[in-house]
Design a protein around this ligand. Sequence first.
Ligand SMILES: [Zn+2]
Length: 139
Amino acid sequence: MTRNSGTEINIKINKAWVPLRLGSTRPDPRTLRRGRLVHGGHAVPLRTCVGCRVRTAKSDLLRLVAVGGDIVPDPQGRLPGRGASLHPDLGCLDLAERRRAFPRAFRLPGPLDAKALREHLEAPPAGCVGRKAGNGSDV
Ligand SMILES: [Zn+2]
């Protein structure tokens, strides 16, 4: 009897039968995510911006964490808890607020205050962090 070379099975994807070769470590191109985020064959971690919903390299997005009802930026990625990712861009912040993406992203019920985040995005980029140095106690 004739046998197929290699082990091949058919799986059903979107109502179409697709041959799948077992034992192959090569990823099927169909399972690769679209995008231009592969550097020299190494896939970078991807995150979805909660504002514009674009998948981007994690390093291009700002990690956010909800702390007691406030959304705080976590550029170092060191805060514990469930995070969300956003382009460091006011446009994406506006989009996320308009579609109420934050409570969903953080899995929290209540409204979240993005004021600290907005201030972070409106502030000049890194390098000017110390503009209020020495006066941390103003309310
Ligand atoms: Zn975005």
